[in-house]
Ligand binder design. Structure first.
Ligand SMILES: [Zn+2]
Length: 187
């Protein structure tokens, strides 16, 4: 039977910070799935606050609240700014391959940050003018698309602990892996 736990002080603090970003979200109950897989202090992120609109996020799933906060900051100050400056249109939507997944880092016996809902796989971006830039097709596309994707990759590296993109390996050819945490592993 799922237990409904009261949000602790850390969770409440994180919810307050996420609320201040203007994002729309709902706190989710803590769940332990065993084998190093869990959802602790996760939220369902329904929209990210922007300057005067909000950005949709598709296919995300439960995301640890601190990772949601980091994602919100990146979306507004990294992605939206880059979209306006480089592509001439604000950000409307971030497309993802999801967040939580009970799995290992490929080729290792180590649990992935996805197993704690602390990583997001971003697959593309849709702008207010309808233009869609996917990581897979855009990474080596026109100069502007390339510049945009490299700029948002770089800004993600300033906020997330680990960022892996198409230049890292073939497994990341179609998405940016954004992982909450300390450090700055940027590939
Ligand atoms: Zn990933």
């Amino acid at each position: 039977m799922p237990s409904i736990a009261q949000a602790g002080p850390q969770a409440r603090q994180c919810h307050a910070e996420l609320g201040k970003t203007g994002s729309l979200f709902a706190a989710l109950p803590d769940r332990f799935y065993g084998a190093g897989c869990s959802n602790l202090n996760t939220v369902r992120l329904d929209g990210i606050g922007g300057d005067d609109t909000s950005f949709a996020v598709t296919n995300l799933g439960p995301l640890a609240c601190p990772a949601a906060n980091t994602l919100a900051g990146w979306a507004r100050y990294g992605v939206d700014r880059a979209a306006r400056q480089i592509l001439g249109s604000p950000l409307a939507r971030i497309e993802t391959f999801g967040s939580y997944s009970c799995r290992n880092v490929a080729g290792t016996g180590r649990r992935s940050a996805h197993a704690r809902a602390e990583a997001i796989d971003v697959s593309g971006f849709v702008l207010a003018n309808g233009q869609r830039i996917s990581v897979k097709d855009g990474w080596n596309a026109s100069r502007r698309e390339r510049e945009f994707l490299r700029t948002v990759h770089e800004s993600a590296c300033k906020r997330f602990g680990t960022v892996l993109g198409p230049d890292y390996n073939a497994a990341h050819a179609d998405h940016l892996h954004l992982e909450f945490g300390q450090g700055s592993y940027c590939r």
